[in-house]
Design a protein around this ligand. Structure first.
Ligand code: G
Ligand code: G
Ligand code: MN
Ligand code: NA
Length: 253
């Protein structure tokens, strides 16, 4: 409960900020970033989401925090659109199950996008596999309301749940994001190579984009490329970083 009180005051005192982890195409060009929440605590310093997201998810606090993240991401997208170096960058935002199921979610996303003038097709919402499978009817209905307005969807941590091909075809998805637990052992654990190849093949057959996360070595990237993975994210290419550092990675105009 203390943490909950602290999080409420963090919202009031504007102590949250977004870090950005770059995402690259196979040709080395930056295609966008994932927004990752951080809490700049007055005494504890920079607090990672692992220390507070789960607590926030126990109440509608996650809705308030999630709304802040969405708004801030839309502000960023709208700013990028003013700069020819950034105008094509897409931004991925993590969405918690409780936030997605909240009655106001669809309206919240659409109104922030419209109010701030962000291009909807550059905003990707990352949903976890367990979220999308929990109540497929309702999930599809909500996703479609956003999809028809241009918002894109990615399945985060893909491969850790139990998605069947049948479920996947029912969801209006744009991207699968291969979980880092499979990427980590590429080249050392043959079963993970099979899993990664299967996910990539599945994505291609469903005409979905596929991105690998947690890419830490050249060997992993080379294998992923060899298997047909088109997009990469991970420490090899860039850690989550402040926005100014991200923009410094772009080629000069
Ligand atoms: O960098 P990392 O420590 O940023 O993130 C750890 C976990 O926190 C990841 O599983 C990530 O999905 C989650 N996370 C990061 N930012 C957000 C956010 O804005 N909203 C939600 N719901 N989860 C987030
Ligand atoms: O939203 P998601 O669960 O995918 O969160 C991504 C998490 O993975 C964040 O905590 C981020 O900091 C972390 N991460 C990003 N790239 C790497 C990487 O290359 N290696 C490891 N170990 N973690 C990473
Ligand atoms: Mn994510
Ligand atoms: Na993930």
């Amino acid at each position: 409960a203390q943490l909950e009180t602290d999080l409420k005051s963090a919202l009031r005192n504007a102590e949250f900020l977004l870090y950005y982890q770059p995402q690259f195409a196979y040709d080395g060009s930056m295609v966008g970033a994932e927004a990752l929440l951080r809490w700049q605590h007055p005494e504890r310093g920079l607090v990672p989401p692992a220390a507070f997201i789960a607590a926030a998810e126990e109440s509608d606090l996650i809705v308030l925090i999630g709304n802040w993240v969405l708004r801030t991401a839309c502000v960023q997208l709208a700013q990028w659109q003013q700069d020819p170096r950034c105008e094509k960058l897409q931004l991925s935002v993590n969405v918690s199950a409780r936030q997605f199921r909240h009655a106001g979610f669809v309206d919240q996303v659409l109104s922030e996008v419209a109010r701030l003038g962000a291009r909807a097709h550059l905003l990707t919402l990352e949903l976890t596999e367990s979220l999308v499978l929990d109540n497929v009817e309702e999930t599809v209905a909500r996703m479609l309301q956003l999809r028809t307005r241009g918002i894109r969807f990615s399945v985060d941590d893909f491969g850790t749940g139990y998605s069947s091909l049948a479920y996947l075809t029912r969801l209006p998805l744009h991207q699968l994001k291969i979980d880092q637990s499979f990427v980590r052992n590429l080249g050392t654990r043959p079963t993970d190579e099979v899993i990664v190849q299967t996910i990539i093949g599945m994505a291609h057959n469903l005409e979905l984009e596929v991105i690998a996360e947690g890419v830490e070595t050249e060997e992993q990237r080379a294998l992923l490329r060899h298997y047909g993975c088109s997009f990469y994210q991970g420490y090899l290419l860039g850690q989550p970083m402040p926005i100014t550092d991200l923009l410094a990675l772009l080629p000069p105009p």
